[in-house]
Design a protein. Structure first.
Length: 262
Protein backbone atom coordinates (compact mmCIF):
# COMPACT_ATOMS: atom_id res chain seq x y z
CA UNK A 1 0.00 0.00 0.00
CA UNK A 2 1.11 3.56 -0.73
CA UNK A 3 -0.46 6.72 0.65
CA UNK A 4 0.05 10.35 -0.26
CA UNK A 5 -0.89 12.36 2.81
CA UNK A 6 -0.64 15.75 4.51
CA UNK A 7 1.09 16.31 7.83
CA UNK A 8 2.07 19.66 9.33
CA UNK A 9 1.27 21.33 6.02
CA UNK A 10 3.66 19.09 4.08
CA UNK A 11 2.88 16.42 1.48
CA UNK A 12 4.50 13.05 2.19
CA UNK A 13 4.45 9.41 1.08
CA UNK A 14 3.80 6.60 3.53
CA UNK A 15 3.06 2.90 3.67
CA UNK A 16 1.51 2.74 7.14
CA UNK A 17 -2.12 2.75 8.24
CA UNK A 18 -1.41 5.68 10.53
CA UNK A 19 -0.79 7.79 7.43
CA UNK A 20 -4.29 7.18 6.08
CA UNK A 21 -6.17 9.63 8.28
CA UNK A 22 -4.89 12.71 6.45
CA UNK A 23 -4.31 11.02 3.11
CA UNK A 24 -5.07 12.55 -0.27
CA UNK A 25 -4.44 9.42 -2.33
CA UNK A 26 -4.37 5.76 -1.31
CA UNK A 27 -3.14 3.05 -3.68
CA UNK A 28 -3.34 -0.72 -3.10
CA UNK A 29 -2.60 -3.67 -5.36
CA UNK A 30 -6.05 -5.32 -5.03
CA UNK A 31 -9.42 -3.67 -4.47
CA UNK A 32 -10.26 -6.19 -1.73
CA UNK A 33 -7.53 -4.63 0.39
CA UNK A 34 -9.52 -1.40 0.57
CA UNK A 35 -12.47 -3.25 2.09
CA UNK A 36 -10.36 -5.41 4.41
CA UNK A 37 -8.55 -2.40 5.82
CA UNK A 38 -11.85 -0.57 6.27
CA UNK A 39 -10.76 2.15 3.86
CA UNK A 40 -13.68 1.88 1.47
CA UNK A 41 -16.92 -0.08 1.59
CA UNK A 42 -17.39 -2.77 -1.06
CA UNK A 43 -20.53 -1.04 -2.40
CA UNK A 44 -18.46 2.04 -3.21
CA UNK A 45 -15.71 -0.08 -4.77
CA UNK A 46 -18.23 -1.78 -7.05
CA UNK A 47 -19.91 1.48 -8.08
CA UNK A 48 -20.49 1.97 -11.78
CA UNK A 49 -17.89 3.72 -13.90
CA UNK A 50 -19.56 7.11 -13.89
CA UNK A 51 -20.16 10.01 -11.53
CA UNK A 52 -22.95 9.17 -9.10
CA UNK A 53 -23.61 11.64 -6.31
CA UNK A 54 -20.27 11.94 -4.49
CA UNK A 55 -18.67 8.91 -6.17
CA UNK A 56 -16.58 9.03 -9.32
CA UNK A 57 -15.16 5.73 -10.51
CA UNK A 58 -13.30 5.04 -13.73
CA UNK A 59 -10.10 3.40 -14.93
CA UNK A 60 -7.04 4.03 -17.07
CA UNK A 61 -5.12 1.71 -19.39
CA UNK A 62 -1.36 2.16 -19.33
CA UNK A 63 1.10 0.41 -21.70
CA UNK A 64 3.99 -1.43 -20.05
CA UNK A 65 6.26 -3.81 -21.99
CA UNK A 66 3.71 -4.29 -24.76
CA UNK A 67 0.80 -4.99 -22.39
CA UNK A 68 -2.00 -2.74 -21.17
CA UNK A 69 -2.14 -2.44 -17.39
CA UNK A 70 -5.33 -1.32 -15.70
CA UNK A 71 -5.42 1.37 -13.02
CA UNK A 72 -8.81 1.69 -11.31
CA UNK A 73 -9.53 5.05 -9.70
CA UNK A 74 -12.28 6.12 -7.30
CA UNK A 75 -12.78 9.70 -6.20
CA UNK A 76 -14.82 9.67 -3.00
CA UNK A 77 -15.20 12.16 -0.14
CA UNK A 78 -12.32 14.31 -1.34
CA UNK A 79 -9.87 11.43 -1.54
CA UNK A 80 -8.43 9.34 -4.38
CA UNK A 81 -8.42 5.55 -4.10
CA UNK A 82 -6.69 3.40 -6.71
CA UNK A 83 -5.70 -0.20 -7.39
CA UNK A 84 -4.60 -2.30 -10.34
CA UNK A 85 -1.79 -4.30 -11.92
CA UNK A 86 0.38 -1.29 -12.82
CA UNK A 87 3.94 -1.38 -11.43
CA UNK A 88 4.11 0.07 -7.93
CA UNK A 89 7.15 2.08 -9.01
CA UNK A 90 4.95 3.97 -11.48
CA UNK A 91 2.54 5.01 -8.71
CA UNK A 92 5.44 5.95 -6.44
CA UNK A 93 6.96 8.15 -9.17
CA UNK A 94 3.70 10.08 -9.47
CA UNK A 95 3.47 10.51 -5.71
CA UNK A 96 7.09 11.68 -5.50
CA UNK A 97 6.35 14.18 -8.25
CA UNK A 98 3.40 15.48 -6.21
CA UNK A 99 5.61 15.74 -3.11
CA UNK A 100 8.39 17.60 -4.94
CA UNK A 101 5.87 20.06 -6.36
CA UNK A 102 3.90 20.32 -3.08
CA UNK A 103 0.62 19.29 -4.69
CA UNK A 104 -1.90 19.13 -1.86
CA UNK A 105 -5.18 19.23 -3.79
CA UNK A 106 -7.15 16.50 -5.56
CA UNK A 107 -7.14 18.57 -8.76
CA UNK A 108 -3.35 18.78 -8.88
CA UNK A 109 -2.92 15.08 -8.07
CA UNK A 110 -5.37 14.04 -10.81
CA UNK A 111 -3.52 16.34 -13.22
CA UNK A 112 -0.29 14.53 -12.30
CA UNK A 113 -1.84 11.08 -12.81
CA UNK A 114 -3.23 12.02 -16.23
CA UNK A 115 0.05 13.70 -17.18
CA UNK A 116 2.12 10.62 -16.29
CA UNK A 117 -0.25 8.30 -18.17
CA UNK A 118 -0.07 10.62 -21.19
CA UNK A 119 3.72 10.51 -21.03
CA UNK A 120 3.71 6.70 -21.06
CA UNK A 121 1.38 6.74 -24.06
CA UNK A 122 3.63 9.21 -25.89
CA UNK A 123 6.56 6.85 -25.24
CA UNK A 124 4.55 3.90 -26.57
CA UNK A 125 3.63 5.86 -29.72
CA UNK A 126 7.28 6.78 -30.25
CA UNK A 127 8.36 3.14 -29.86
CA UNK A 128 5.81 1.98 -32.44
CA UNK A 129 6.90 4.78 -34.79
CA UNK A 130 10.50 3.54 -34.53
CA UNK A 131 9.34 0.00 -35.33
CA UNK A 132 7.49 1.30 -38.38
CA UNK A 133 10.61 3.17 -39.54
CA UNK A 134 12.69 0.01 -39.28
CA UNK A 135 10.06 -2.05 -41.06
CA UNK A 136 9.88 0.48 -43.90
CA UNK A 137 13.63 0.06 -44.45
CA UNK A 138 13.43 -3.71 -44.98
CA UNK A 139 9.95 -4.18 -46.43
CA UNK A 140 11.13 -4.27 -50.06
CA UNK A 141 13.82 -6.88 -49.29
CA UNK A 142 12.05 -8.99 -46.68
CA UNK A 143 8.32 -8.40 -46.19
CA UNK A 144 7.09 -9.97 -42.93
CA UNK A 145 3.34 -10.13 -42.43
CA UNK A 146 3.59 -11.36 -38.82
CA UNK A 147 5.79 -8.44 -37.87
CA UNK A 148 3.38 -6.00 -39.49
CA UNK A 149 0.44 -7.54 -37.61
CA UNK A 150 2.41 -7.25 -34.37
CA UNK A 151 2.98 -3.54 -34.99
CA UNK A 152 -0.70 -3.06 -35.82
CA UNK A 153 -1.71 -4.86 -32.62
CA UNK A 154 0.48 -2.55 -30.54
CA UNK A 155 -0.96 0.53 -32.24
CA UNK A 156 -4.52 -0.62 -31.58
CA UNK A 157 -3.74 -1.20 -27.90
CA UNK A 158 -2.27 2.28 -27.64
CA UNK A 159 -5.32 3.79 -29.33
CA UNK A 160 -7.61 1.90 -26.94
CA UNK A 161 -5.65 3.24 -23.96
CA UNK A 162 -5.79 6.79 -25.33
CA UNK A 163 -9.56 6.59 -25.85
CA UNK A 164 -9.94 5.39 -22.27
CA UNK A 165 -7.74 8.25 -21.04
CA UNK A 166 -9.88 10.70 -23.00
CA UNK A 167 -13.04 9.15 -21.52
CA UNK A 168 -11.56 9.35 -18.02
CA UNK A 169 -10.61 13.00 -18.50
CA UNK A 170 -14.01 13.91 -19.95
CA UNK A 171 -15.89 12.29 -17.06
CA UNK A 172 -13.57 13.59 -14.36
CA UNK A 173 -13.77 17.15 -15.62
CA UNK A 174 -17.49 17.13 -14.80
CA UNK A 175 -16.67 16.83 -11.09
CA UNK A 176 -13.11 18.08 -10.73
CA UNK A 177 -11.27 20.93 -12.41
CA UNK A 178 -8.62 19.54 -14.75
CA UNK A 179 -5.91 21.72 -16.26
CA UNK A 180 -6.73 22.90 -19.79
CA UNK A 181 -3.17 22.03 -20.81
CA UNK A 182 -3.69 18.43 -19.67
CA UNK A 183 -6.97 18.19 -21.61
CA UNK A 184 -5.25 19.54 -24.75
CA UNK A 185 -2.43 17.01 -24.35
CA UNK A 186 -4.96 14.17 -24.24
CA UNK A 187 -6.66 15.43 -27.39
CA UNK A 188 -3.31 15.66 -29.16
CA UNK A 189 -2.67 12.07 -28.17
CA UNK A 190 -5.82 11.08 -30.05
CA UNK A 191 -4.51 12.85 -33.16
CA UNK A 192 -1.15 11.07 -32.82
CA UNK A 193 -2.89 7.69 -32.50
CA UNK A 194 -5.02 8.32 -35.61
CA UNK A 195 -1.97 9.34 -37.65
CA UNK A 196 -0.11 6.27 -36.43
CA UNK A 197 -2.90 3.96 -37.60
CA UNK A 198 -3.11 5.77 -40.95
CA UNK A 199 0.61 5.25 -41.40
CA UNK A 200 0.28 1.54 -40.62
CA UNK A 201 -2.64 1.26 -43.06
CA UNK A 202 -0.50 2.75 -45.85
CA UNK A 203 2.35 0.45 -44.86
CA UNK A 204 0.02 -2.55 -45.04
CA UNK A 205 -1.10 -1.58 -48.54
CA UNK A 206 2.52 -1.16 -49.63
CA UNK A 207 3.38 -4.51 -48.04
CA UNK A 208 0.75 -6.29 -50.14
CA UNK A 209 1.98 -4.44 -53.25
CA UNK A 210 5.51 -5.75 -52.61
CA UNK A 211 4.20 -9.29 -52.10
CA UNK A 212 2.11 -9.04 -55.28
CA UNK A 213 5.13 -7.82 -57.25
CA UNK A 214 7.22 -10.73 -55.98
CA UNK A 215 4.48 -13.23 -56.91
CA UNK A 216 4.19 -11.70 -60.41
CA UNK A 217 7.96 -11.99 -60.83
CA UNK A 218 7.87 -15.69 -59.92
CA UNK A 219 4.93 -16.32 -62.28
CA UNK A 220 6.79 -14.61 -65.15
CA UNK A 221 9.84 -16.82 -64.60
CA UNK A 222 7.67 -19.94 -64.53
CA UNK A 223 5.93 -18.83 -67.74
CA UNK A 224 9.28 -18.39 -69.52
CA UNK A 225 10.46 -21.81 -68.35
CA UNK A 226 7.19 -23.39 -69.50
CA UNK A 227 7.50 -21.72 -72.93
CA UNK A 228 11.03 -23.12 -73.32
CA UNK A 229 10.02 -26.67 -72.49
CA UNK A 230 6.72 -26.68 -74.42
CA UNK A 231 8.23 -27.59 -77.89
CA UNK A 232 10.40 -30.25 -76.26
CA UNK A 233 7.33 -31.69 -74.57
CA UNK A 234 5.45 -31.74 -77.89
CA UNK A 235 8.27 -33.55 -79.70
CA UNK A 236 8.71 -36.03 -76.88
CA UNK A 237 4.97 -36.73 -76.94
CA UNK A 238 5.00 -37.39 -80.69
CA UNK A 239 8.05 -39.63 -80.47
CA UNK A 240 6.35 -41.54 -77.73
CA UNK A 241 3.51 -42.60 -80.06
CA UNK A 242 5.46 -45.51 -81.63
CA UNK A 243 2.54 -47.80 -82.43
CA UNK A 244 2.32 -50.12 -85.46
CA UNK A 245 0.55 -47.84 -87.98
CA UNK A 246 2.64 -44.66 -87.59
CA UNK A 247 3.34 -43.41 -91.20
CA UNK A 248 7.00 -42.58 -90.58
CA UNK A 249 7.75 -46.22 -89.91
CA UNK A 250 7.43 -47.14 -93.63
CA UNK A 251 8.70 -44.03 -95.47
CA UNK A 252 11.83 -41.91 -94.84
CA UNK A 253 10.04 -38.58 -95.58
CA UNK A 254 6.79 -39.37 -93.81
CA UNK A 255 7.84 -38.02 -90.41
CA UNK A 256 8.82 -34.48 -91.53
CA UNK A 257 5.71 -34.31 -93.75
CA UNK A 258 3.45 -35.23 -90.83
CA UNK A 259 5.16 -32.62 -88.62
CA UNK A 260 4.69 -29.96 -91.31
CA UNK A 261 0.99 -30.78 -91.60
CA UNK A 262 0.62 -30.57 -87.82
Amino acid sequence: MLALYMVDGEVRIGEDLKDIKHSLWIHVEEYGELDRRGLLHENVIRARAFSYRSILRNYLLIPFNGYLRKLNIILYNGRIYSWGDVPLSFIKNIMEYCVSNKFNTINAILDSIISYVSEELYKAIENVSVEIDRFEEIITQKPELKRLHRILSKARKIRKAIFQLNSFTSRTILSVKISDQIVDDVRRLLDHADRLLERITLLTQFHYMVLSDKVNSVVQKLTIISAIFLPLTLIASIYGMNFKYMPELNHPLAYPVVLAVM
